[in-house]
Design a protein around this ligand. Structure first.
Ligand SMILES: NC(=O)c1ccc[n+]([C@@H]2O[C@H](COP(=O)([O-])OP(=O)(O)OC[C@H]3O[C@@H](n4cnc5c(N)ncnc54)[C@H](OP(=O)(O)O)[C@@H]3O)[C@@H](O)[C@H]2O)c1
Length: 333
């Protein structure tokens, strides 16, 4: 069939399932562009394969399984990415596994394997890109495939697309509020004068913070994002070179800031001299980032022809799944 593409979905949790549901909901529109067939779905415990492609009904039934539930199906196989590739030869590999900022695994090996098998890659997993951005891009170029990663930073706002479109001038600096959980917590602390532990409990209660929030509070999530943004604008920095200061703010710090008409924000930055960091910073109320509250994200980009400020949603479940689908459509056009 003309323009037929086979998709493997690796990682079938919150984003994997939302993406698959979206794919079925939009199938009428997508059919005008291409015949997309999901031929493989994998979680940490198992995988299911169907070379002819799962029907929309079968995909919805998969989404109704409990987490780690693929292995409960009689046709499931042990997770084996080599076997998956030899059995169903996907054209597009959608990587939705959890981020591990020490090793990049399992996403890193999965992505390298996909590229070496000449499959396009779409990933919401930041870790492989934060650790190996230029190597992965070089490998993709060599194998004539694309990597779509617009969901990795500020997924609810087309930031990466905007940065990729900057070609005739240079980006000198980036300052951003790139983590929704910590920004929500700081906003609660400023507005309600509650301690950080209580702000974290509120973030967990509304479902924006993980039970183990260390990736947010220790700055890993923001650091990975500033590395990806810097590499997008051709300023290569490494995750291990980003200085990370964990978020630790006392109520007395907040009170002092309020008295002086300042606010504390958890800022991720790339400076003109190449120094990159994530740290709590006192900002004047006049700073465009100072008024970015709650779960909103923002970036202030200093360029050789002026400053750009973008404020918008970060990546929630729905936004991320839409970005993944946009990238899938993008890599096949
Ligand atoms: N949630 C968001 O709003 C959001 C926004 C932007 C980016 N992201 C990124 O998107 C990715 C997915 O996020 P999520 O919220 O969907 O996470 P999640 O709900 O924890 O789902 C992760 C999935 O990956 C599976 N998995 C774990 N190890 C695996 C392995 N070795 N091989 C295959 N599958 C494996 C898990 O399997 P089990 O079900 O068996 O545990 C689960 O299905 C993460 O990298 C996250 O940082 C998420």
């Amino acid at each position: 069939m003309l323009n037929e593409r086979k998709i493997a979905v690796i990682g079938f949790g919150s984003i994997g399932r939302t993406f698959v549901r979206l794919l079925t909901a939009k199938s009428h529109y997508i059919k005008k562009l291409a015949e997309l067939r999901v031929v493989a779905v994998a979680d940490s415990k198992g995988m299911v394969l169907k070379p002819s492609g799962f029907s929309d009904y079968e995909l919805i039934k998969l989404c109704e399984l409990p987490l780690s539930g693929l292995r409960s199906l009689p046709e499931s196989l042990d997770l084996d990415i080599d076997l998956l590739y030899s059995e169903v030869q996907p054209d597009i590999h959608v990587e939705l596994t959890p981020a591990n900022y020490e090793t990049g695994e399992p996403g890193l090996s999965n992505i390298v394997n996909a590229i070496n098998n000449h499959a396009h890659v779409v990933t919401a997993n930041k870790a492989p890109l934060a650790l190996r951005f230029s190597e992965l891009m070089d490998l993709a170029r060599k194998n004539e495939v694309k990597i779509g990663f617009r969901s990795t930073v500020m997924g609810g706002t087309p930031l990466i697309d905007m940065l990729l479109s900057i070609r005739s001038y240079s980006v000198e600096s980036i300052h951003g509020i790139l983590n929704a959980t910590t920004n929500f917590m700081l906003t609660e602390m400023h507005e309600k004068l509650i301690p950080m532990e209580e702000a974290l409990r509120r973030a967990q209660a509304i479902g924006i913070a993980e039970t183990d929030p260390r990736l947010d509070l220790d700055g890993w999530d923001s650091a990975a994002k500033i590395v990806i943004l810097s590499n997008v604008v051709r300023r290569e920095i490494k995750l291990q070179n980003v200085i990370r200061e964990p978020l630790k703010v006392e109520l007395s710090d907040i009170a002092e800031c309020l008295r002086n008409n300042n606010v504390i924000k958890y800022v991720a930055a790339l400076e003109p001299d190449g120094k990159a960091y994530v740290k709590p910073m006192k900002l004047s109320r006049r700073d465009p980032l100072a008024g970015v509250d709650g779960t909103l994200n923002a970036v202030r980009i200093g360029t050789t022809i002026g400053e750009i400020t973008l404020v918008g949603k970060g990546g929630g479940r729905i936004e991320t799944a839409h970005n993944v689908l946009d990238d899938v459509i993008g890599v096949m056009l």
